[in-house]
Design a protein around this ligand. Structure first.
Ligand SMILES: [Fe+2]
Length: 408
């Protein structure tokens, strides 16, 4: 159910008038005659994908023990001890690794989760750590320490570590508002890790969808949409996107891979203008993106995060989204986010995705800000992501009385 003051998700679009909301997609889909021939999936692609990455979120929700691992009290003590041993080393937080954050019994269990994130269902949640009892310095250390056991390589962290609009200064980017988001891939990582530090007043649920499951639905009902996503090259303004564009989904080594966000074709927040040298989306393309998003929603896993939860999502095979939410300064939605790869489980990628990741990750991460104000300061200094960021704070929005979380 939508939170008060938040547009119902079925009426939400990242780009109203360009990307279909659910109602618009259903209308477009129903406009085809019963006898319409949508053809076949591309040559060499399966009629149906099988394996652990293919799931319906409703089945996982019915069996939370299959993806939620609850920490024992001994494991919580072990994490606390790892923090203390890291603090004794007097190293910067960028030096948190498996060797500086030792977890002799929990570590091997986290390695099993990493294997599941790569080769199993591709989604896991670790629950029960009392993160609220720690200072912000120690929260970041614990978050990165636990994550080092999931992926030994921390990648370029994009806009920073914190997702929290309420603490922002005069700069924030698209992840940092209260709007819902449609299904998307994060820019260049095998795994996305998110930890809930504090929760909003209402809304803000995180959802994940198996795109192999979406594929199976589309292959049966709308193979024309599969063909468009698999065969046409799309271009947008972004690091690592060549002039000839990239294909959006790839059948590679018996798995479906993807890394794109539909809103990049339209322009959004820090990327306000679509690529003017690329033709506007056709109606057919807009319908394809609508179908892709709303079928993803149909099969999604919805998680109401609890404080201390860490959620890991495979960013090569799944996409994620979130619901809009209402905020207050005393009850912000504050998440820590990290982008990871694990050298033991990572494999070869389709060339379009590998080239993009290489370009985005050409700079090693060296900046782990303690809070959002530090992140904003860094953006001012570097000029990155500042051009079109909204020039107001969460407090100013609240004082103006705007409906937050709405799609306007
Ligand atoms: Fe994301």
């Amino acid at each position: 159910m939508a939170a008060a003051g938040v547009l119902p998700y079925e009426l939400y679009s990242d780009a109203p008038g360009f990307l279909f909301n659910k109602v618009e997609w259903e209308k477009a889909n129903a406009s085809h005659s019963q006898e319409a021939d949508f053809g076949k999936v591309p040559e060499g692609w399966p009629k149906k994908i099988e394996g652990p990455l293919v799931w319906d979120g409703k089945d996982l929700e019915a069996h939370p023990e299959t993806f939620i691992r609850v920490l024992s009290s001994d494991e919580i003590v072990e994490v606390d001890a790892a923090l203390k041993s890291f603090v004794k080393l007097s190293l910067p937080v960028s030096e948190v690794t498996r060797s500086t954050f030792p977890l002799p019994t929990l570590g091997p269990a986290l390695r099993q989760l990493s294997e599941n994130i790569y080769n199993g269902t591709g989604v896991n949640l670790l629950r029960g750590f009392p993160i609220q009892n720690y200072s912000k310095e120690h929260q970041a250390t614990i978050f990165l320490g636990l994550n080092s056991w999931i992926g030994d390589q921390r990648l370029s962290q994009g806009t920073g570590l914190h997702i929290d609009p309420s603490k922002r200064s005069k700069i924030f980017v698209s992840a940092q508002n209260t709007d819902a988001q449609m299904y998307h891939s994060d820019v260049a990582a095998d795994i996305v890790g998110l930890m809930a530090i504090s929760l909003p007043e209402s809304g803000g649920e995180s959802t994940v969808s198996s795109i192999s499951q979406v594929y199976n639905h589309l292959a049966e009902h709308r193979p024309d949409i599969v063909r468009l996503l698999a065969e046409k090259r799309f271009r947008w303004r972004g690091v690592g996107i060549p002039d000839e564009g990239v294909k959006l989904i790839h059948w590679f080594r018996n798995n479906l891979y993807l890394n794109f966000s539909t809103r990049t074709f339209i322009g959004f927040a820090e990327v306000p203008d679509r690529d003017p040298d690329y033709p506007s989306l056709t109606l057919e393309e807009r319908e394809a993106f609508g179908g892709f998003n709303w079928i993803a929603e149909q099969y999604s896993l919805s998680t109401a995060l609890q404080v201390g939860d860490i959620e890991w999502v495979n960013n090569l095979h799944h996409q994620h989204a979130r619901r809009g939410y209402t905020e207050s300064l005393s009850s912000p939605r504050h998440l820590l986010r990290v982008w990871l790869r694990d050298s033991e489980f990572a494999g070869e990628l389709p060339a379009d995705i590998q080239n993009k990741f290489d370009a985005v990750q050409s700079q090693p991460p060296d900046f782990y800000p303690l809070d959002e104000l530090e992140e904003d300061e860094r953006r001012r200094q570097t000029g990155v992501f500042t051009a079109a960021c909204k020039d107001e704070t969460a407090q100013e929005r609240l004082e103006k009385g705007e409906v937050v979380g709405a799609n306007n």
